[in-house]
Ligand binder design. Structure first.
Ligand SMILES: Nc1ncnc2c1ncn2[C@@H]1O[C@H](COP(=O)(O)OP(=O)(O)OP(=O)(O)O)[C@@H](O)[C@H]1O
Ligand SMILES: O=c1[nH]cnc2c1ncn2[C@@H]1O[C@H](CO)[C@@H](O)[C@H]1O
Length: 434
């Protein structure tokens, strides 16, 4: 595993142990590697720039992800081809993107549950999906289906807003029998999106998701839920709040989805309210950067060395140098928050905001699995006297997540084509304070 940072000598990490004379690695011990599991609707994104009138023509609501029937999908596709509007097609799906980005960042394994067409021919959607997914994403557990995977028309209008029209294909046919209890039990986290609830008729992906959640809950594996699109949350916010409170430990959302869930446009207050439901929250806020919130134990809290920030919760970042714990692990839980403005003020030109939030979540997952990696391989380390959810403090994770989002904004695809530059492998203060 590529490690997101060597911080202190005390926590010196064995993968770097070299013979001082030969500079060869002296570590012959087989390291144990943790992994994360994601479950998604396998989708290829078909991206096109269109006028708003095209959305009206096909009866699509701007800015949302919505399902369309196959006849509408076919006529939309034909329209885009006829007018030569398609820019690019690449593998998508919010969790597929997140698993891919996780594997690129961690240079390590993630497992993806979903479906895959059993008949693949060069150039078809299934083929494109496989070609665009990191070889470190374990696709051996995809369920073969007799038909196409999903396709997601990503329609970008004049002002840069994205609207998704999803043609499901067989993406929702993942069967609960395919979910392996041991696979989930041994994972560092189980990750899914709220899209799993968009099933109907013969679809089984919702049942498969609930089964995986049940296993994760049973074995204390953190369930990480990303909210997907506000439209789904708006339909039944109370149901979502109850579901999240019962089954989810880590919640990722953007400020719109947060508003739908807890009824406030202020991302800090939204993160605070969401802490009543879960143990840790990542709330992205576009050009405003991102917020994180969590719990730590009074006796483990660490004061920030940064300036205390004003906001709807005064000095909210005071304890951002603390590592987050599950609330139930704290004798005396206190809430901790952190915020970061876009890295370097944001890229000079944003190529595409698609997937910036998925990138931030991948960074958070990397920090979570690094904690397990360290725990598994540096037995008895004092670092784990505290049963933290992550390797790093809330503040460090914000920086890392933000840095990854920046990288996604500078490229066209929501999937990272490479990891972060070597020089930045460790999130040293010196670098981040520049
Ligand atoms: N216009 C922008 N300028 C600078 N940084 C941005 C901008 N938009 C996004 N970012 C960065 O990307 C992060 C995630 O963006 P955003 O809130 O748009 O995610 P999202 O809506 O969840 O995206 P997606 O659903 O496509 O993954 C932000 O927290 C911020 O760091
Ligand atoms: O219904 C859906 N299910 C799964 N993923 C989706 C859906 N709608 C949009 N995206 C995915 O969200 C990513 C950006 O965050 C896009 O890559 C798109 O494929």
């Amino acid at each position: 595993m590529r490690f997101p940072g060597r911080r202190k000598h005390r926590h010196y990490f064995p993968i770097d142990k070299k013979d001082p004379l030969t500079h060869k690695l002296t570590n012959t011990v087989q390291l144990e590697h943790p992994y994360v599991v994601g479950l998604d609707q396998t989708i290829v994104d078909i991206e096109a720039n269109v006028c708003s009138s095209v959305l009206e023509q096909f009866n699509l609501k701007k800015g949302l992800s919505q399902l369309v029937d196959s006849a509408t999908a076919e006529s939309l596709y034909n329209y885009l081809v006829e007018h030569d509007l398609i820019n690019v097609q690449y593998a998508g799906g919010t969790i597929g993107n997140t698993m891919h980005n996780y594997s690129v960042l961690a240079d390590d394994r993630s497992v993806l549950y979903g479906v895959m067409s059993q008949n693949i021919s060069v150039g078809n959607y299934a083929y494109q999906y496989l070609c665009n997914t990191s070889s470190k994403v374990d696709l051996q557990h995809l369920q073969p289906v007799d038909g196409p995977i999903g396709r997601g028309f990503t329609l970008i209008t004049e002002e840069g807003e994205r609207t998704f029209a999803i043609d499901s294909g067989m993406m929702n046919r993942l069967s609960p029998d395919f979910i392996n209890e041991d696979m989930i039990k041994n994972a560092s986290a189980f990750v899914l999106s709220a899209y799993f609830t968009r099933c109907s008729g013969e679809d089984t992906l919702d049942k498969a998701s609930l089964k995986a959640i049940e296993y994760a809950n049973k074995h204390g594996v953190p369930v990480v839920l990303t909210l997907g699109t506000r439209f789904m949350i708006d339909e039944r916010p109370q149901w979502w709040r109850e579901f999240i409170q019962e089954h989810v430990q880590i919640l990722a959302m953007n400020e719109e989805e947060a508003d739908a869930l807890v009824g406030t446009k202020d991302p800090l207050i939204a993160a605070d309210k969401a802490l009543e439901l879960v143990d840790m929250v990542l709330c992205t806020a576009g050009p405003e950067g991102l917020y994180m919130a969590g719990y730590t134990d009074e006796k483990f809290k660490r004061k920030s060395e940064r300036e205390y920030l004003p906001g709807s919760i005064p000095e909210f970042n005071k304890y951002e140098f603390s590592r987050p714990l599950r609330k139930a692990e704290c004798e005396e839980p206190i809430k901790i928050y952190s915020h970061i403005a876009p890295y370097l003020g944001g890229p000079e030109t944003i190529k595409n905001t698609n997937g910036a939030g998925d990138g931030a979540l991948a960074a958070l997952l990397h920090d979570i699995s690094s904690n397990d990696f360290h725990k598994l391989n540096v037995k008895g380390s004092s670092k784990h006297l505290l049963p933290a959810l992550t390797y790093s403090s809330l503040s460090q994770i914000c920086k890392y997540a933000n840095r990854v989002s920046f990288e996604v904004l500078t490229q066209n695809s929501p999937r990272l084509s490479k990891g972060l530059p070597e020089r930045e492998d460790s999130l040293e203060h010196a670098y981040w304070e520049k």
